[in-house]
Design a protein around this ligand. Sequence first.
Ligand SMILES: [Zn+2]
Length: 430
Amino acid sequence: MDAELLKPGQRIAALTGLTPSGEIGESLAFEEGFVVDAAASESTGDVLGETVDASGWIALPPLADLHAHLDKGYTWTSFGQPEGSLDDAIACWIDHGENHSSDDIKVGARRHLIAALHAGVTAVRSHTNYHLGDDPLRGVRALVELRAEFAGVVDLQIVASPGASDGPDDLGRAAVALGVDLIGGFPHLADDPSADLERAAAFAEEFGLGIDLHTDETLDPTSMGLAELAARTRHWPAEVIRSAGHCVSLSTQDAETRRRTLAAVADAGISIITNPLTNLYLQGWQHPVATPRGIPPLREIIAAGVTLAAGGDNVQDPFNPLGNADMVDVASELVIAGHLTPAEAWHVSSSGGRAAFGLPPARGRVGDVADVVLVRAAHVAEALAERAPDRIVIRDGRVVAVRRRVVDSVLDLSALPAPPSTPTTEGALI
Ligand SMILES: [Zn+2]
């Protein structure tokens, strides 16, 4: 059958006629949830599922969003359309957070996950706040519900902090009891960042959980939380997740400091998660001349042997009015603002994220899980440039989402109404 006709729920035995892209060639064969050798699979003749003509499509590793805030999504308008720096966004969140109900959180988070799924994102790691007002655990609870709802389609990891850096850790303990996956925090915002990092690490150790900290989200070059996190976690067992999000101050430090820090990060097995959209937006408001970008040195991170992943971070909330849950937008920014190649940007936004998440590889190699995203494009660069609207998401050898954008247009320009003979200000194009 033709790929155009695929619908969610259909099982796929083989994809043929693909435009080769990256590691994946002209065909892929799936069996029992894994990629198998195409030639061997054809010879058996009794494989379950459709053989699909995917002419005009490329197959790529599925996307992974390693830094989201599902509990904040789509609040830009209702929270008063704030504009400004990280401090401004935090102040806005505090002003309006009390009114952000459990239902509001669930509606926004579900909308975010559905948009992400249709874009080809099959793994999301989300941080969540303790919300102001009654029931501060309503964000954690909403995400725990959604994690079960989307199981098998979008993998969701939930990150919650031990509680306010200067308060008791009761909320953190309650969140762990509800089933969060990782311990988070924001040491660079605490009065004593080192003590706050130590508190989060000790809390994670107490429960045998991994850690994902907002780290050095500041242009202050003296912010060295990443190096401290490396020193603090380097003796943890290899399978325990440790990630550092943002790492903005790395972009403001000298070459030798960066080299030392990244060597320690690689040695400690820490993954770095860059969030270019939000940091391009939040950083630099106080620097009208030679405005800094707030993006860590991505190429140096990769060269140091550190696992690099990426996140969309904020979706139409006080921290970024323009996020849309599509990691293709993030990958595009990794090229334009982060100076990666399109292939590197897709790798960071897919396989890099899966590695940081702890998921098995999905590169289309024999033995990998049968998860890919089909994109109607000639190559990765075109997929990013065009934001390739048509995508088919395959998970466990089965279609889980299809996104099609239909555009109507008048190709016979003579059929358009004649323009007014005398141009007027009213009729001018703007
Ligand atoms: Zn964040």
